[in-house]
Design a protein. Structure first.
Lengths: 124, 92
């Protein structure tokens, strides 16, 4: 089963997206801050990370830079989630090492396609 | 003559203050996009979750009502995005 770590500070957003992904056959773990997200990614080694951009303690961009710099987690694809569709966010997501970018509210079919593409790219 | 000049200066000051207040208001509105969209994301997300569950059990009446909530949510989202975009442009 594909394991996704969802790093999102809003409890309801994290809960509902976790449940919708679980219904599609994914195992989903959660973290509510950038710092705990980095820690959990190191401990759980998920197949993919969904990373909110605006997070307390450490932004999603910074958390991703740290994950990508760590040989233990650098291979894990990261898809950013953001409430904004700003071009500068998309550029920074790419610069931080992100493998995808989705705007909230999430279109689940579109997100599933991004997840599959990121997984195939990293496995290929 | 000096009375007229003083009056004009007061008018200019008042206009400057009003413009500064308008810019500050637009900036606040532009910054509120995230706060407004977060609860709406939850409303739409839970609605879609319920929609998937009711579709599975064939509860057509519930599905129809949930689709109405989603349509209204999408309309509201469009309005928030337009408001935030207009406010950001006005603030510039």
């Amino acid at each position: 089963m594909t394991h996704i770590l969802l790093i999102e500070d809003n409890d309801q957003t994290r809960d509902v997206l976790s449940r919708r992904l679980a219904r599609r056959g994914f195992e989903v773990s959660g973290a509510a801050t950038g710092r705990t997200g980095v820690e959990r990614a190191g401990a759980l080694r998920p197949d993919l990370i969904l990373m909110d951009v605006s997070l307390p303690e450490m932004s999603g961009f910074e958390a991703t830079r740290r994950l990508k710099a760590d040989p233990a987690t650098g291979h894990i694809p990261v898809i950013f989630l953001t409430a904004h569709g700003r071009r500068e966010d998309e550029a920074e997501a790419h610069a931080a090492g992100g493998d995808g970018f989705a705007v909230k509210p999430v279109d689940l079919e579109h997100l599933l396609l991004s997840i599959r593409t990121a997984l195939e790219t990293h496995r290929g | 003559m000096s009375e007229v000049i003083n009056h004009l200066e007061r008018e200019v000051d008042a206009t400057d203050r009003a413009q500064a207040q308008a810019v500050a208001l637009c900036r606040r509105m532009a910054g509120m996009g995230h706060d407004l969209k977060t609860p709406l994301n939850a409303i739409m997300g839970y609605t879609e979750l319920l929609l998937e569950e009711f579709e599975e059990v064939g509860a057509a009446d519930k599905v129809a009502d949930l689709r109405k909530i989603l349509r209204s949510g999408s309309q509201l989202l469009g309005m928030i995005e337009a408001l935030v975009r207009d406010a950001a442009e006005a603030a510039r």
